[in-house]
Write a protein that binds this ligand. Structure first.
Ligand code: 13P
Length: 289
């Protein structure tokens, strides 16, 4: 129990035909709620840091690595500590040194050759320490960690060339989801997921933009080879922010003047949301405990 690599969990997910749930954390409460849910459901889990969290000065890279290690041990869970969407190769190397067990190099807005090159540099470094590397090909658009971007679907043949050239451990694919809340229901390109999976069956596929995707679509994507599903905005807005706002509007909480009772309400709300999503992933009971 404790921090594990994302690859370890995804390889088990390939054999077991389920997806590893991956959640962004925004505050200490979100991280605790994620751990609480994983413990309740005996599910593996990926806790994902965001670049904006570091830029806003909310977490220190070394500090969060130690906190996540301690939390995963205290809760008795298997957790991968993952850096989500990072364009900075040197920063990722530092995170590997500090104890992150998984990192995502995101050069998906660059040309294919540059994306390959950046990914290879991260793979070369991370592999020495057994750390998992995820990369993205095509581009999942929408509001990604506070930046708006266009959607560009992943081409299956290109995905196969990319994985061959980089030997990356997991591939984020653009198949119809976008980051952030949807204005209309997303339309996932399921045949595309199957085609990509058939060409690279040993490279786990990652679905980004999980917020607002109907649960039946998650189930279908998992059937077709998706092995990690990312959810962020739902936890940020509904799980964390709205719960804080509601708790601070509660006269009893205001009278108590104790922020810890409010933090506890947020942890429980995040845990409940994560439990609901874990149930759909098929990962309940799949932790090694
Ligand atoms: P959402 O914020 O749309 O859930 O996407 C999260 C994500 O894909 C993080 O990489």
């Amino acid at each position: 129990m404790g921090l594990v690599t994302m690859k370890y969990e995804m390889m088990k997910a390939i054999k077991g035909n389920y997806a590893v749930p991956a959640f962004n954390f925004f505050t200490y409460e979100t991280l605790s709620g994620i751990a609480e849910a994983a413990a309740q459901k005996k599910s593996p889990v990926v806790a994902m840091a965001t670049m904006s969290g570091f830029k806003m000065g909310l977490f220190s890279p070394k500090g969060i690595a130690k906190i996540a290690e301690g939390i995963s041990e205290d809760y008795g869970i298997n957790m991968a500590l993952h850096m989500d969407h990072c364009p900075d190769v040197e920063f990722l190397k530092q995170l590997v040194d500090y104890g992150f067990t998984s990192v995502m190099i995101d050069s998906s807005k660059k040309e294919f050759a540059e994306n390959v090159d950046d990914t290879c540099r991260v793979v070369e470094y991370a592999r020495k320490y057994g750390v998992t590397v995820e990369s993205e090909l095509g581009h999942v658009g929408g509001k990604e960690d506070d930046v708006e971007a266009e959607n560009l679907f992943t081409e299956p043949e290109e995905a196969a060339r990319f994985v061959k050239a980089t030997d990356v451990d997991a591939l984020a694919v653009a198949v119809g989801t976008v980051h952030g809340f949807y204005k209309a229901l997303p339309k996932l390109d399921f045949p595309r997921i199957s085609q990509i999976n058939e060409l690279i069956p040993n490279c786990p596929l990652v679905l980004h933009g999980g917020t607002g995707v109907p649960y039946d679509d998650f189930r279908e994507a998992i059937k077709r080879g998706v092995r990690k599903i990312n959810v962020g905005t739902e936890l940020k807005v509904n799980g964390t922010f709205n719960t804080f706002v509601n708790a601070y509007s509660d006269p009893a909480q205001l009278a108590a003047k104790d922020p810890r009772t409010i933090s506890k309400v947020v942890i429980d709300a995040v845990a409940a949301k994560c439990c609901e999503i874990i149930d759909v992933m098929g990962s309940v009971g799949k932790a090694d405990c």
